[in-house]
Design a protein around this ligand. Structure first.
Ligand SMILES: Nc1nc2c(c(=O)[nH]1)N[C@H]1C(S)=C(S)[C@@H](COP(=O)(O)O)O[C@H]1N2
Ligand SMILES: [Mo]
Length: 206
């Protein structure tokens, strides 16, 4: 067999420095942890904090901070992707998965296919329930082994890392199940209703 050397460049332009198969299109790698908040950071009050699951107006389960921390905790190492184009690899989180919350509420399955995540301060975001089951999402209370910083959503935020990071609602206080999908805060302002970074679903119509 004749071994013909082929210049590496023949196969196309190399990806920019730091680019890898783990970085979605249009994203770049960062090593710091940028803060992106649409409003002021709420002052945490663990004594009055509660996390509530609801089906429309019906309350399914509600946990105080102490009760929430007594639920089974799950640790994940994941990559996160912000729509403003930064991605961060191998971030470590700990919290309670939606699977665990449903079980703790005595439910075999979610009561509806869509959900709205509600937050202290009024921020909302919509996520299909399927995207939060099977360990794909958690309500995270710890980041890199420490309690979650208030500016990053402490005491608790949603973490749904396979969607753009605006879906990972900070200062989350509850999940409301819905029969029909409805846009949350950024989704009403033109962000994509689903937000898959691998399909570059940044804005409505992408
Ligand atoms: N409650 C609330 N959650 C939020 C936001 C917000 O403004 N308020 N910003 C979202 C956006 S656009 C991003 S990119 C991430 C940023 O999280 P970080 O500040 O921890 O990096 O939080 C998301 N969750
Ligand atoms: Mo964002």
């Amino acid at each position: 067999m004749i071994d013909i050397p082929i210049a590496r460049g023949f196969f196309g332009r190399k990806k920019p420095e730091g680019q890898s198969a783990r970085i979605p299109p249009g994203q770049h790698l960062v090593h710091d942890f940028p803060v992106l908040s649409a409003g002021p950071t709420p002052v945490p009050d663990l004594a009055s904090w509660r996390f509530t699951l609801s089906d429309g107006d019906t309350r399914l389960g509600s946990w105080s901070w102490e009760e929430f921390n007594a639920l089974a905790q799950t640790q994940v190492k994941v990559d996160i992707h912000c729509v403003t184009t930064w991605s961060k690899l191998d971030t470590n989180w700990e919290g309670v998965t939606l699977d665990t919350l449903l079980e703790a509420a005595g439910l075999d399955e979610a009561p509806a296919p869509y959900a709205m995540i509600h937050c202290e301060g009024g921020y909302t975001t919509n996520v299909p329930v399927e995207d939060m089951l099977g360990g794909k999402a958690m309500v995270a209370t710890r980041y890199e082994g420490q309690p979650l910083d208030p500016e990053h959503g402490g005491p608790a935020r949603l973490l749904v890392p396979h969607l753009y990071f605006w879906k990972s609602a900070k200062w989350a206080t509850g999940i409301v199940f819905m029969e029909e999908d409805e846009p949350g805060f950024w989704e009403q302002l033109g962000y994509h209703i689903y937000g898959d970074p691998w399909r570059e679903q940044r804005y409505t119509g992408d």
